[in-house]
Ligand binder design. Structure first.
Ligand SMILES: Nc1ncnc2c1ncn2[C@@H]1O[C@H](COP(=O)(O)OP(=O)(O)OP(=O)(O)O)[C@@H](O)[C@H]1O
Ligand SMILES: [Mg+2]
Length: 500
């Protein structure tokens, strides 16, 4: 191999936090113009590895060579000067600033007399966003954007720099198929220009599709590096977990016919119109649709965050007014938010406090019963295999996927009768996905009813008894049994077909 083709070489890179090794002697040569996939379970060390390359962390041991020279990437500024840019796993945008201000943060364009050249920054931003096929206005405030839109801004921000190495840490977790296709085309164009891309994802199908080679990590150890062509998804999963993984989806449970939740003609001005459906006892009711279809908005209306302009909600046959999340909890409705960082968990609180946050009453008599809280937390750590040093570890020290598991445990703890789950497996590894699926299945066996909002088609097909498809704030179809198929869902989601 011609050594000039190697852009990054790591020699025995290791990282420990307070004496615990989370990355152990990683040696790899990353080639110019390749797309390198990195996969591994939650907590395997993927983000830590790339944070060493982008100057967020310094390695405890080892050397990094960049374009043939040893480099000391002591902070993100050094990385940027080398042309290393990152789309981070957790959003890094300033919510009260607008889109173009975020994109040009730290590299503002100025006119001759030191005045900010807002016009040019806006135009450049529009250009970048057009390349990504999105219609986000450059002066929209970040806080007004959906999670998917924020992700597109994060991508635009990284692409705005001239990169030699572009690192993407789970860029597609919040995107649907259309946006993923757009992103992949952009990645191909960058690759043709000679940009090297590191791509981290739990979606093995995508890794298979876009990556040239794939590196697998397990427990901070290097497991393998192979051309993607030589591995199938099954083999990737097996190496990540270290054993065979069969039967990801549990057998479906037949729901009862008793309706638990009845929604009639529900509307929210400008967002939802005339939504009617039933949720039965022990049912998993899927909600499918493209981004912007209104699924999260519907969940928010059901838990009292968005006031109804008309319509009725009945729980166990009785009309209820739910005007706040507290009303929702009191009516037995729990909600797992899709926006883990925004509303899901508090990263400066510890694991136990997060899990018991909404159901704190149960742990007070009247003072907080720390023992009970700890015991309960330990049960969840065991059930979901949450990797954390202790129940008292602050969430910011957990890997992204493990934070997601804490968020899931938190929304389950009030023991709801109706559980609304918005993208439950976003960012979690294959094995944890399987655990979550069995967990949901065990819940419905005990008579709990679930609304499952998911952009992962496999999940909808594998778990749900019926599927509601939404488009532009309306229901366009409700599919049952053998009518549930990817094609049928897409027909309704894209508006090619209407009617239940
Ligand atoms: N700043 C930190 N302090 C202490 N421990 C940390 C810190 N950052 C990461 N860790 C630990 O290092 C391990 C590896 O974390 P990392 O974020 O690299 O995992 P990951 O492979 O990216 O996982 P995920 O798929 O969940 O994002 C985890 O056990 C995590 O708790
Ligand atoms: Mg990570």
């Amino acid at each position: 191999m011609n050594p000039s083709e190697v852009l990054v070489k790591t020699v025995d890179i290791s990282k420990s936090f307070s004496g615990v090794t989370v990355l152990n002697k990683i040696n790899i040569e990353i080639l110019q113009g390749e797309i390198l996939g990195i996969i591994g379970e939650n907590g395997a060390g993927k983000s830590t590895f790339i944070k060493i390359l982008n100057g967020t962390y310094t390695p405890s041991e080892g050397l990094v060579f960049f374009a043939g020279n040893p480099v000391h990437i002591r902070d993100t500024g050094v990385a940027k000067r080398l042309g290393i840019n990152t789309i981070p796993q957790e959003f890094n945008l300033i919510s009260h600033l607008n889109v173009y201000e975020n994109i040009f943060l730290g590299k503002e364009l100025v006119k001759g007399n030191h005045l900010l050249d807002k016009q040019q920054m806006k135009e450049k931003t529009s250009e970048l966003l057009r390349e990504l096929n999105t219609d986000i206005p450059p002066d929209a405030k970040i806080q007004e954007l959906s999670v998917a839109q924020k992700q597109m801004v994060e991508i635009a921000k990284a692409v705005a720099y001239d990169s030699r190495l572009l690192i993407m840490d789970e860029p597609t977790t919040v995107l649907t198929q259309h946006e993923i296709d757009v992103l992949f085309r952009l990645m191909q164009r960058l690759k043709e220009r000679g940009v090297t891309i590191i791509y981290i994802s739990h979606k093995l199908r995508e890794v298979k599709r876009i990556c040239d080679r794939v590196m697998i990590l397990r427990d901070g150890q290097f497991i393998s590096l192979d051309p993607t062509d030589s591995l199938d998804e099954q083999e990737m999963a097996r190496r990540m977990v270290g054993r065979e993984l069969n039967q990801i989806f549990p057998p479906k449970v037949i729901p009862r016919s008793t309706p638990v939740l009845q929604v009639r003609n529900l509307s929210v001005t400008g967002l939802l119109s005339d939504i009617s459906f039933d949720l039965h006892e022990g049912e998993i009711l899927g909600f499918s649709g493209l981004i912007g279809a209104g699924r999260t908005e519907l969940a928010e209306a059901l838990i009292g965050i968005r006031p109804l302009s008309s319509g009725q909600i009945m729980i166990s046959g009785r009309p209820q007014t739910i005007s706040s999340p507290i009303d929702a909890v009191n009516n037995g409705i729990a909600y797992l938010s899709e926006d883990r960082q925004g509303t899901g968990v508090l990263t400066n609180f510890d694991v136990a406090s997060n899990i018991t946050l909404v159901s704190l009453d149960k742990y007070c008599k009247p003072l907080l019963d720390g023992k009970k809280e700890k015991a309960r937390t330990e049960e969840y750590i065991e059930a979901f295999n949450i990797r954390t040093p202790s129940t008292k570890t602050r969430l910011e020290y957990l890997s992204g996927g493990n934070q997601q598991k804490v968020s899931l445990a938190k929304s389950l703890d009030p023991q709801p009768i109706i559980f609304i789950i918005d993208e439950p497996t976003r960012g979690i590894d294959v094995n944890a996905k399987k655990e979550v699926y069995y967990f949901i299945n065990n819940l419905v066996k005990t008579g709990i009813s679930c609304i499952l909002i998911s952009s992962e088609m496999e999940e909808i097909l594998g778990l749900c008894n019926r599927v509601v498809v939404m488009r532009e704030g309306r229901i366009t179809g409700i599919l049952e049994a053998d009518k549930i198929s990817e094609a049928e869902i897409m027909f309704h989601a894209t508006g090619l077909k209407e009617g239940a």
